[in-house]
Design a binder for this molecule. Structure first.
Ligand code: BV8
Length: 268
């Protein structure tokens, strides 16, 4: 049983504007490996910081393309977990809300989050590597190179933000404005090492917001947190929602065990 401080529950319940910054740890209990977990299989000897770059794609487009295809295939087998559902429940319970996620797995939207910006894109989306406006819905994944754009013949690539690439300006602007305007910023499941997303807690703190970190481990952001729940987000966030809005606030949501079972129908 996770004990939530009364003043933290009250801060959430009375907040006019809640902002959330989420990272790969929020998807861990859905069975999605976090960004810095050891890569498996073909990519076991690679550092994601190396693979998620334009230069890696230029050097070995097929290796990078296949890494994302493998991650996309994994996502078809997982479900949002109670941590994702709790964030969607907070959105439905406060006057103003924005979720800025670093995750590219689409699980927040599948859990019902709507006031959401994807700071680093979404691997379910694929686009032309030369013209970001040319998104594609379907492609022939054959041969020893990535599929090519029907318009210009350039390789297709995942619609994500690689290192050394700029974040989508509108999403970043919305996230920074929310960090500066919110009463409470919840920082969940992120190592706080990737910028400019990792700067958001500084903006919130400087603007007088309460900062809550939800992460089993301490991070470089911990020093700025007013509260820390050192538990998995799939347990801590539902406990926080129940402490703020009552025991049945999470009624009807699947348990962690149900969420992490593979082969889910992926309906939500
Ligand atoms: C940019 C998409 C301008 C691809 C990703 C200062 C300012 C600006 C830029 C920089 C700067 N300093 C350095 C930079 C450059 C760089 C950067 O930050 N480098 C880092 C490594 C130092 N930033 C950039 O390049 C960004 N672009 O700034 O453009 C520019 C232009 C030219 C040159 C320079 C700059 C672009 C960054 C975006 C990169 N793309 N993803 C893909 O996913 O394949 S980032 C990637 O890391 C994922 O999105 C991931 O979400 C993100 C952050 O990692 P986390 O989410 O935190 O995941 P991680 O595995 O690290 O940690 C998981 C955490 O969860 C842990 O703390 C763990 O304890 C916890 N956890 C585990 N289980 C649970 C849990 N928590 C709760 N519950 C659990 N059950």
């Amino acid at each position: 049983m996770i004990a939530i401080a009364d003043d933290l529950a009250r801060a959430l319940r009375s907040a006019r504007f809640v902002a959330v910054l989420s990272g790969a740890g929020v998807s861990a209990e859905s069975g999605v490996s976090t960004f810095r977990d050891a890569l498996t299989g073909l990519w076991a000897n690679f550092d994601p910081l190396e693979l998620a770059t334009p230069s890696a794609f230029r050097r070995n487009p097929k290796l990078v393309w296949d890494w994302y295809a493998e991650r996309r295939a994994q996502l078809a087998r997982v479900l949002p977990n109670p941590g994702h559902h709790a964030i969607a429940r907070i959105e439905a319970s406060v006057p103003r809300f924005l979720l800025a996620t670093q995750n590219v797995d689409g699980l927040h939207a599948r859990a019902g989050s709507r006031r959401l910006v994807e700071l680093h894109g979404n691997i379910a989306r694929v686009r032309c590597s030369e013209d970001p406006r040319h998104a594609v819905e379907a492609w022939d994944d054959v041969g020893d190179e990535p599929p090519r754009c029907a318009h210009c013949g350039a390789y297709l690539r995942p619609d994500v933000v690689w290192f050394e690439e700029s974040l989508p300006a509108q999403a970043l602007c919305a996230a920074e404005a929310a960090a500066r305007a919110c009463d409470l910023l919840i920082v969940a499941g992120t190592s706080g090492e990737v910028y400019p997303a990792a700067a958001l807690p500084q903006y919130a703190k400087a603007a007088g917001a309460i900062v809550l970190e939800v992460n089993p481990a301490a991070t470089p952001l911990s020093a700025r947190a007013d509260y820390a729940l050192r538990f998995p987000s799939g347990e801590a966030l539902p406990a926080l929602v129940r402490a703020a809005w009552g025991e049945d606030a999470m009624a009807g949501q699947p348990s962690c065990a149900e969420s992490s079972r593979e082969g889910g129908n992926g309906a939500r």
